[in-house]
Write a protein that binds this ligand. Structure first.
Ligand SMILES: [Zn+2]
Length: 485
């Protein structure tokens, strides 16, 4: 690197700038877009206009410039720009006369578009194409859009448009329909971490894998943010970056802490939940991010269950998959679904509240209840099991079967009633049922009796009035179901 300042210290170039991708090959995480662009370049079937849509910092401008270079490069290698010819260098440095970059936010008036339309008529100075890159194109006024329409539909053969926007929905449909639209993806955490590792190696910076993962998580899919944060952390840590450093910059909590919190929810451990929330809050962690990441964790458990034990996300590290597998093992998928659902409501609510901590505490305690409290199905199962067991055990010998009589008329449907329930946990109800079975232990019913003793049918409604249920609940402290008069 040339030493340019008076003190002979190497000039610091910001990492996002220094490692800005120069070729399609360098771009991370947008393979679906790049494949199409390369193919268009190789086959010579380049559209008049392109629209790149995606959140900030994921490479829209970078991709626009690479595409512009590839179109105007004097000695392209296949679809890749050479990066060395006069055109490539001028575009990279933003001084090409044939590639015009316009900020749509500040040049959004109809007069600005008229300037473009006027200049479209002229042939390019030294290149094959005149290329207009309009950033934040959704900011153009409706009049400006309309002025652009005609030119966009039939531009001269030497003109190409490349539009970029963070808000694809705000671009007029008539414009979108005249473009090839590409939606850029948020870049996967693992892909960002991989890129950060390469850069750290090149820069001689030490960083743990967990630290790089934390930076990648914090960047939420944006490579530029990830590189800026890496830059900041190198300055902060003097070139030896730990996970703790990275987490504190973003207000994130460690993977481990997050997984422990999820574990506490699944176990219904309210004390551990409140302790975690307190620790995160006093350490100034970003509570909204925690709630989002917690939801993602439960989603991963759901997906893991649904995929029959395969992790569906390529974005997880082997350690994460291990924890998810362990947590998925002991829990009913229905409960996980309801927890994830509750957490997604929480995310919504957090946008509008000031007392974030209280709302999170309440929601997590609710999740802990969802994770553990017996469901109606479980109660029904327990009562059914008790009844079939009790019936079979009561006689000791094969009960004499009465001659089949005419079935009694069905009872009239009982009026709708409201109940108030304090339900035990699934584990408590299972233990209580097991205890009752042991009490009633008796010689096993003879085979033919067992055949006859089909599980008694209980509907949800009957369940609530069933003495067996009340009997069962009575043996669990605090549990009860009562009709509200
Ligand atoms: Zn070139």
């Amino acid at each position: 690197m040339p030493e340019s300042n008076a003190e002979n210290r190497p000039r610091h170039v910001a990492l996002p700038l220094k490692y800005r991708p120069m070729t399609f090959e360098d771009v991370v995480g947008q393979d679906h877009v790049i494949r199409t662009l390369r193919h268009a370049l190789e086959s010579g079937r380049v559209a008049n206009a392109y629209l790149f849509v995606g959140s900030r910092g994921i490479g829209k401008t970078t991709l626009s410039r690479i595409f512009a270079k590839a179109l105007n490069c004097l000695s392209p290698k296949g679809a890749e720009p050479c990066g060395e010819c006069e055109n490539c260098r001028q575009i990279a440095e933003g001084r090409s006369l044939d590639v015009v970059e316009i900020d749509g936010a500040s040049h959004n008036k109809v007069e600005d578009v008229h300037d473009i339309i006027e200049s479209v008529k002229f042939a390019p100075n030294v290149s094959k194409y005149r290329i207009f890159i309009i950033d934040e194109v959704h900011m153009l006024s409706a009049a400006a859009f309309n002025a652009l329409l005609k030119t966009l539909e039939e531009p001269p053969p030497h003109v190409k448009f490349i539009f970029a926007t963070t808000e694809g929905d705000k671009v007029l449909p008539t414009i979108v329909s005249r473009c090839q639209r590409f939606d850029l993806r948020r870049i996967r955490t693992a892909q960002i971490a991989g890129r950060l590792r390469k850069i750290c190696d090149a820069e001689g910076v030490k960083a743990t894998d967990d630290a790089l993962l934390a930076i990648a998580r914090g960047a939420e899919g944006g490579m530029r943010d990830a590189l800026s944060s890496l830059d900041q952390l190198i300055a902060f840590s003097g070139g030896d970056i730990t996970e703790e450093d990275a987490l504190s910059v973003f207000g994130l909590v460690s993977r481990k802490a997050l997984e422990d919190l999820a574990g506490a929810i699944l176990k219904g451990d309210s004390a551990a939940i409140l302790k975690s929330v307190d620790a995160f809050d006093s350490a100034g962690k970003n509570m909204r991010r925690i709630s989002g990441e917690l939801m993602a964790h439960f989603r991963n458990i759901l997906v893991y269950n649904a995929m029959g034990g395969k992790s569906a996300s390529a974005d997880l590290t082997p350690d994460q998959v291990k924890t998810i597998a362990e947590q998925a093992k002991g829990v009913d998928p229905g409960r996980v679904f309801r927890i994830a659902d509750r957490l997604s409501e929480l995310e919504d609510r957090l946008r509008h509240v000031l007392s974030v901590r209280t709302v999170i505490e309440m929601a997590l305690l609710k999740c802990a209840r969802i994770a553990t409290v017996a469901t109606v199905e479980e109660l029904m199962q327990a009562v059914r099991a008790l009844k079939s067991g009790g019936q079979a055990a009561s006689g000791g010998t094969a009960p004499e079967r009465p001659a089949p009589a005419a079935p009694p008329p069905p009872p009239p449907a009982p009026p709708r009633r409201t109940y108030e329930a304090t339900l035990p946990t699934a584990a408590e109800i299972a233990a209580a049922a097991a205890a009752k079975k042991t009490q009633a232990a008796a010689p096993p019913p003879p085979p033919q009796a067992a055949e006859q003793a089909a599980e008694p049918k209980i509907s949800r409604r009957e369940l609530l009035d069933d003495p067996a249920l009340n009997d069962l609940l009575a043996s669990v402290p605090g549990a009860r179901i009562a009709e509200i008069k």
